[in-house]
Design a protein around this ligand. Structure first.
Ligand SMILES: [Zn+2]
Length: 142
């Protein structure tokens, strides 16, 4: 366990077997530490606050996995500094997004919505060793 509600395993999984394998093969202790800091600082407190399961779609991505899913070249996912997650009741993502925005320090916070403007998932990133955090938050339709 990285934190009481998040395992390293779930932060390495992908919806494709070869990407999951690549994530397991490539991750180093540095990225594990980054994931742990992100879970401790943001995900775990948010999970406790809302008291519902968070489903991680994507955590750490190997360079191969990141390319496969069309991630940007220097994606914070490749450093273990970003996580995409959702919850069963998607309407709750608005509240979770606002809670993180108003109560936590982060580098990137993005609420992804579908073409019907329904929330789909949240991308949140925290750069562990940085002393200045970008606090960039936005909504993206995709
Ligand atoms: Zn992401």
């Amino acid at each position: 366990m990285l934190t009481p509600n998040f395992t390293l395993l779930e932060l390495l999984r992908s919806d494709s077997t070869d990407r999951t394998a690549s994530n397991f093969k490539c991750i180093t202790s540095r990225e594990v530490l980054n994931l742990e800091v992100l879970c401790n600082n943001i995900l775990e407190p948010a999970r406790k606050r809302f008291n519902v399961p968070f489903y991680v779609n994507s955590g750490y991505r190997s360079p191969y996995s990141n390319k496969q899913v069309g991630g940007v070249a220097n994606s914070l996912h490749t450093k273990g500094c970003a996580v995409d997650f959702t919850v069963s009741d998607k309407a709750m993502l608005y509240d979770i997004f606002n809670y993180i925005k108003d109560n936590h320090t982060f580098d990137e916070l993005i609420l992804y919505k579908d073409r019907n403007y329904k929330p789909r998932f949240i991308h949140v990133a925290y750069v562990a060793l940085s002393t200045e955090h970008r606090m960039m938050s936005k909504t993206v339709i995709r």
